[in-house]
Design a protein around this ligand. Structure first.
Ligand code: BDR
Ligand code: CA
Length: 307
């Protein structure tokens, strides 16, 4: 399989990159606004590659803003640059000329086993699916960090990546592409505690020290914002499932994105009733005209329910 990472680095996006580069074939990294502006996240992506000796991985710069919303960022978690906490080396390689959307489409023609791994707002992926309606059929899958089976982190109901561009998420979840979804219900379990950060530092290389400094910054920010003890390493799970699938329990179900709710815009509405192969059919439902009751017929999403 070939993997194209799409994210907004971002502390945990950075770790996704390092994990993927070590274990799987990474064909490129596309960037989006999200944790910070796309200018910042692209600069961070290039610097992370430089620091990891990974300059052979091409970077394509992507979406500046969501499909409909005004852009918003998460400086309270990732700092103003999107990757505060350490000084990374200046990049010696620049972005490649294609826009992220065109890069995604181009790579889908090169590899017939391409998996997209989005770890930020889904704007690039949605834009590519809209620009090339044949793309969905060519993709092997999408494994993403976003949403939740339970609670949100940006609102009570919505997780940041989905909240920042719900319309894009709606396009992606309705695309019919097989999706693996790693939401907050599991990603909050992947914790970099103080002890684990100390273990990374103890490796003793400058690379390990910088990574430890970055995760510690992120841990403190999450502690301040949510009272969490460990740093939630959300994004790496979307690639970890291909390296150590035995760690996760996934269940197929129908997932829809709430676009209108006054309290719930950006929520991933996961139909647990349709999990375990049980399809919720229109004539099974008690209230057959209510779209919230009969949420849909496609169970193209494997939702991580436990790890
Ligand atoms: C997601 O938002 C960002 O803060 C992280 O990088 C992750 O992708 C978690 O809600
Ligand atoms: Ca991210």
């Amino acid at each position: 399989m070939h993997f194209l990472l799409d994210g907004d680095p971002g502390h945990d996006d950075m770790l996704t990159l390092y994990l993927a580069a070590k274990h799987v074939n990474v064909v490129g990294l596309t960037t989006t606004f999200g944790n910070s502006s796309v200018e910042h996240t692209t600069r961070n992506a290039l610097r992370c590659l430089q620091m990891g000796n990974l300059n052979h991985i091409p970077v394509a710069k992507g979406s500046v803003r969501p499909l409909v919303n005004e852009p918003r960022y998460a400086p309270h978690i990732h700092g103003d640059t999107g990757l505060d906490g350490a000084e990374l080396p200046e990049a010696t390689v620049d972005i490649q000329p294609l826009h992220a959307v065109d890069f995604i489409i181009e790579q889908s023609f090169k590899y017939d086993d391409l998996v997209l791994v989005p770890t930020g707002p889904l704007t690039n992926v949605a834009s590519a699916l809209i620009k090339d309606p044949t793309l969905a059929k060519r993709l092997k899958g999408i494994s993403l960090m976003g949403g939740s089976l339970t609670f949100g982190n940006t609102t009570p109901a919505a997780e940041l990546n989905i909240y920042l561009d719900p319309e894009a998420a709606d396009v992606v979840f309705r695309s019919g592409v097989p999706i693996k979804m790693f939401g907050l219900n599991v990603t909050r379990m992947a914790n970099a505690t103080k002890e684990r950060i100390a273990d990374i530092r103890a490796i003793g290389t400058p690379f390990a020290a910088t990574v430890a400094d970055l995760i510690e910054y992120y841990r403190m920010a999450l502690n301040k914002a949510f009272g969490l003890e460990g740093a939630s390493l959300h994004d790496p799970l979307a690639i970890a499932v291909f390296i150590a699938p035995e760690l996760f329990t996934l269940k197929k179900m129908n997932v829809q994105i709430e676009l209108n709710g006054k309290l719930t815009r950006g929520m991933t509405v996961c139909d647990y009733r349709s999990s375990d192969g049980r399809r919720v059919k229109r004539d099974d439902a008690e209230f057959e005209n209510d779209s919230a009751v009969v949420s849909g017929f496609e169970e193209n999403v494997e939702v991580a329910v436990d790890m």
